[in-house]
Design a protein around this ligand. Sequence first.
Ligand SMILES: *Cc1c(COP(=O)(O)O)cnc(C)c1O
Length: 361
Amino acid sequence: MARVYNFSAGPAVLPEEVLREAAEEMLDYKGTGMSVMEMSHRSKAYDTIIKEAEADLRTLLKIPDNYKVLFLQGGASLVFASVPMNLMKNRKAGYILTGQWAKKAFAEARIYGEAVELASSADKTFSYIPDCSDLPITDDMDYVYICENNTIYGTKFHTLPDTKGKILVSDASSCFLSEPMDISRYGMVYAGVQKNVGPSGTQVVIIREDLITDDVLPGTPTMMKYKIHADNESLYNTPPCYGIYICGKVFKWLLKNGGLEAMKETNEKKAGILYDFLDESELFQGTVRKEDRSLMNVPFVTGNEEMDAEFIKAAAAAGFVNLKGHRSVGGMRASIYNAMPVEGVEKLVAFMKEFEREHGR
Ligand SMILES: *Cc1c(COP(=O)(O)O)cnc(C)c1O
């Protein structure tokens, strides 16, 4: 068996320990004689799985009691619609455009109401986070929306915007559980879990209780109402059972490994190794403004497309896979989520140094 160093942006690397445990439990989950995949979501065994997953997530993120945790399905992209459906009471909201995922959420919100662009970094291919200290937020806006970590461009909000009292909604898909987060500063935080936590198709929504009401936009499908899912503790219908089970295992792995403070420390160390090298390299350069760099997604280029392609090919042959940048930006991108070991980043940098030396720089 040969595992590679997988730098995919998502679906992405998961802790090997978790995968091994899931494999061991595949045919017989804790004496039930069946796989979690084959089990009723109303069974006692599954009830324990989903309740423990929620409890562990609450511990990890120190989620205040007045927030609900929902395990839903449809990926992060479906939330682009459920946010306005549930929260756009005045049919007006502000969006900060920091990349493709924010733009997609913005376009979706425009189906339901007036989505206003509050700030954008489109002028420099989303390579920075715009100044959000004095945004043109108006009283009639229902919420302010951000994509907190921009998976494609490798930027992150290190300071949350001043929302002038409006609730903040954050797509935290690609930084979820990579470091501690103060949930009380948000109205709602959500994440598609395939970036840092589990298999695709499951999404976690953390939402303040008072925002969950029956007052949704007319025509909102039952399955898109947060109230339905909150009232039924994510078991209104069959949830993505297996996905939640794997997330639960990842939560336990995180707790066992020191929780989010420890993750942050390790993630800073890993990103530091890569960024320090990019800052001194004559061949490779990072593409993001320094103060806005993501800890999770690190895009870089050589400035020569042929050289980029040669590097990606050579890296893959050496066991460093999925380093190709997003099709919209080109170059390379190393996604270094929680489950990427420090050693994986050290070895990648050693390989990059060697490649640079061979190419005469
Ligand atoms: C990947 C990603 C999405 C889209 O997720 P899907 O589950 O494919 O819909 C949305 N937002 C961010 C920040 C992402 O990284």
